[in-house]
Design a protein. Structure first.
Ligand SMILES: Cc1cc2nc3c(=O)[nH]c(=O)nc-3n(C[C@H](O)[C@H](O)[C@H](O)COP(=O)(O)OP(=O)(O)OC[C@H]3O[C@@H](n4cnc5c(N)ncnc54)[C@H](O)[C@@H]3O)c2cc1C
Length: 223
């Protein structure tokens, strides 16, 4: 599971870089252990342990879930990043357009225009590719003329540019992120990232917690 990487959108991905604790089902047991510390006991067997996780989730005993930590490497368009970093309980480290030059592979192109008119995906994509091409040419021309990267990037479409970031958070706050960003009213693009985090990483790492989360915290799941 560690280092598994899943593609998202045209050029993005989510990769699990680290998980504490890392052993299979050990993460659920870390939550059980943290909760039982109050009573100076630990695991009482699968059935009782799973029941305890459901009790914690149902009654909002949140702190034991903070004992599990996830660290992801994420490549994402800046418009998605702007929404993601509003989650203040995560720790972030983000690539810099001041120090690293953008290339033709760093632009987000949607697969579908989600149009409510006659505009087609082909037209939207065509328009974007043309605009991106012009911006990239201006950007590269500016760099050739020794304009610093921090200013040359003004020629690029800010929302479309891919960045890479580390995102580290605990299971409790990750569930808050997932609940908000897998929901139908979240922007489709961030939903794709949240669903990959949930299905490919969270669920296999914390199967009992995920089951309790779906039962008590996720309305109308699966969506
Ligand atoms: C569909 C959708 C639309 C949105 N639209 C907008 C928008 O139009 N404009 C906009 O500005 N934002 C918007 N947001 C962002 C939203 O308001 C939240 O800022 C963001 O989703 C982070 O949520 P959070 O505070 O629960 O997460 P976190 O920042 O991770 O915080 C988790 C929890 O910790 C607590 N907490 C953290 N920091 C503090 C603090 N400083 N003080 C008190 N409690 C704290 C709160 O209980 C919070 O719920 C939108 C979000 C969604 C999902």
């Amino acid at each position: 599971m560690i280092n598994k990487k899943v593609k998202v959108l045209n050029s993005g991905f989510v990769q699990l870089v680290d998980l504490m604790p890392s052993s299979s089902n050990g993460a659920d047991l870390a939550i059980v252990d943290a909760a039982r510390l109050s009573y100076k006991s630990s695991s009482k067997g699968e059935e009782q342990d799973k029941k305890l996780i459901f009790h914690l989730m149902k009654n909002n005993h949140t702190s034991p879930f903070e004992q599990v930590e996830f660290k992801f490497l994420v490549r994402l368009p800046s418009m998605v990043m702007a929404q993601w970093v509003r989650h203040r309980t995560g720790s972030y480290s983000i690539s810099s357009g001041r120090y690293t030059a953008f290339t033709k592979d760093d632009f987000y192109i949607p697969d579908d225009c989600r149009c409510k008119s006659d505009l087609t995906t082909d037209l939207l994509q065509g328009g974007l590719i043309e605009t991106y091409g012009r911006g990239l040419a201006m950007y590269e021309g500016a760099l050739e003329n020794n304009v610093p990267k921090e200013l040359a990037r003004l020629f690029l479409p800010g929302f479309a540019m891919y960045y890479t970031m580390y995102y580290k958070t605990d299971a409790h706050n990750l569930m808050n992120f997932l609940r908000q960003r897998m929901a139908k009213n979240a922007q489709w693009e961030i939903q794709q990232y949240a669903k990959v985090i949930y299905e490919d990483f969270f669920k296999p790492s914390l199967p009992w917690t995920a089951e309790a989360f779906e039962k008590f915290k996720l309305k109308n799941w699966p969506i």
